[in-house]
Design a protein around this ligand. Structure first.
Ligand code: DGL
Length: 270
């Protein structure tokens, strides 16, 4: 890690596709003066069902691309990448690295009273056991109940945020986790914050949902404060969105995740 990072440099955020825009949205709200470069690997998404080797290789390529933009902080917005390749990024990055799993785990520990936590994510994230490792590193007494929810990503991208099919799917996925009487549920995937109202209804009011995008924005703000890396300028920040493909309905889906107009989109040809 280097100490001569420039506070006026951008923050680099990356994800397998458009989902990480939920993290960018939370960052824009929490840190409104920070420049952001986002990278979404839209040509190769989804990562959530790919092997660890493939994900590590893609992740390295993306991290190196953003480091060339001289980012002062790298944020792994994708839970799947964070689950299997966070170590690879930390090894190669001279800038500090934050990842959504560490952020989500910390928030879940702060939220739980009963020490019974549920985690939902893509099959690769859940199979990696990364949330359990991150949570047990802080508190080995926590009982963790995980569930892979492979259908949520396509349902969210279809815009079925409050659709009977999504509700039935959620009821089915959450049943075994809720049966364990968890009091906290980590939304361990970039796409799940968009399902928050529906998931809260299915889980019931007594379960606290941990939005890893919001948790990430809090951690980023804390790190910038601690390292005195806040952008001193108070003007309108620059946002750049780098993608490897512009698939069908990219603009609509991207804006749904970002919650605002998506400008400055650049296509990277690899
Ligand atoms: N970004 C991924 C995650 O947070 C979901 C999409 C994918 O499978 O690539 O796990």
């Amino acid at each position: 890690m280097i100490d001569d990072l420039d506070p006026s440099s951008p923050i680099g955020v990356f994800d397998s596709g458009v989902g990480g825009l939920t993290v960018v949205r939370a960052l824009m709200e929490r840190l409104p003066f920070e420049h952001i470069h986002y990278f979404g690997d839209t040509a190769r998404v989804p990562y959530g069902i790919k092997s660890v080797e493939t994900i590590s290789h893609y992740t390295t390529q993306i991290a190196e691309f953003l480091l060339e933009k001289r980012v002062k902080l790298l944020i792994i917005a994708c839970n799947t990448m964070a689950a299997v390749a966070a170590g690879v990024v930390r090894d190669l990055s001279p800038a500090p690295v934050l990842d959504v799993i560490e952020a989500g785990a910390t928030s879940a520990l702060a939220a739980t009273r009963s020490k019974r936590i549920g985690v939902i994510g893509t099959p690769t994230t859940i199979n990696s056991n990364a949330y359990a490792l991150a949570i047990h590193r802080h508190d080995p007494e926590v009982r963790l109940h995980s569930q892979a929810c492979a259908l949520f990503v396509p349902l969210v991208e279809e815009g079925w945020l409050d659709h009977p099919v999504t509700r039935l799917t959620a009821q089915d996925y959450l049943r075994p986790v809720l049966a364990e009487r968890v009091d906290t549920l980590v939304l361990g995937c970039t796409h799940y914050p968009l399902l928050k109202p529906l998931l809260q209804e299915v889980a019931g009011p007594e379960v606290t949902l941990v939005d890893s995008a919001e948790a990430m924005a809090e951690q980023a703000a804390a790190l910038l404060a601690e390292r005195q890396l806040h952008n001193p300028a108070r003007g309108r920040p620059d946002y750049h969105f780098w993608v490897t493909d512009v698939p069908l309905r990219f603009q609509t889906i991207g804006e749904r995740f970002l919650g605002r107009t998506l400008n400055n989109v650049h296509v990277v040809k690899w």
